[in-house]
Write a protein that binds this ligand. Structure first.
Ligand code: ADP
Ligand code: NI
Length: 217
């Protein structure tokens, strides 16, 4: 049911992402892939193969794990797709999706040019929200040895990618710096709809976290 390029990419990425403990594991890729297909089914005139490859390859060399290099992902995607003999037009399209998928700070635009890119970006952003988004935030925070919360360091709406990358706050700040902003930065109507309850759940969670922290309950 998958195209040969998609099937081989899926097998490759599954192997690469085994034993990953930062919330960017194989099941994150798998959820983004499945969500991207679901969103694609609700849109007209979508290149499904570009969506699937973009979703599967979107975190293949994330800047956070490659010294802040925002293009490592598209280079790794190109090398992989060239090794499979994929057509240049498809490779360029997928690389463009991978290059522009990530959130880079509250004030930094990350617009996807194509419908396929918008779909992959929405699927990735939905996986940063809700119960799973919360779990991933504290998993990543633990990996980089961040405290759960540091009330001395207030959240910041970063205006540059540099400032976003170099943030020093606790994991709870990430809700204000990214997660609670996502619902207004989705591209497709269907993703906006799915995001509503995930957003509400995160708001309730943060409220409860602070109530417990401040011993209001
Ligand atoms: P994107 O999918 O937009 O590229 P990232 O890969 O940067 O997002 O982040 C994926 C997830 O990793 C975030 O949604 C969050 O759960 C976690 N994460 C990333 N940066 C931080 C951070 N500074 N503090 C806590 N969690 C983070
Ligand atoms: Ni991702």
């Amino acid at each position: 049911m998958f195209s040969p390029l998609v099937q081989q990419t899926k097998d490759h990425v599954r192997t690469l992402f085994q034993d990953e403990g930062t919330g960017h594991d194989w099941y994150h890729i798998d959820r983004v892939h499945r969500m991207a297909v679901r969103l694609a089914e609700l849109e007209q005139n979508v290149n499904l193969e570009a969506v699937e490859l973009g979703a599967l390859l979107h975190d293949i060399a994330d800047f956070k794990f490659h010294g802040g290099d925002a293009h490592a992902g598209s280079r790794a995607s190109r090398t992989w797709l060239e090794s499979l003999g994929a057509p240049e037009e498809l490779i360029a399209h997928v690389c463009d999706i991978v290059d522009n998928v990530s959130f880079k700070g509250a004030g930094v635009p990350t617009n996807q040019k194509t419908l396929e890119g918008k779909i992959v970006q929405d699927a990735d952003r939905l996986d940063a929200m809700g119960a799973i988004g919360i779990a991933r935030t504290f998993a990543y925070g633990g990996y980089v040895r961040k405290p759960l919360y540091d009330p001395e360091i207030p959240p910041e709406l970063h205006q540059t990618f540099e400032a976003y990358k170099n943030n020093t706050g606790g994991s709870l700040n990430h809700f204000y710096e990214k997660l609670l902003l996502l619902k207004d930065r989705l591209n497709t109507l269907s993703a906006k709809h799915i995001a509503e309850s995930r957003h509400r759940f995160m708001e309730q969670y943060v409220e409860r976290f602070l109530e417990e922290w401040e011993m209001r309950i």
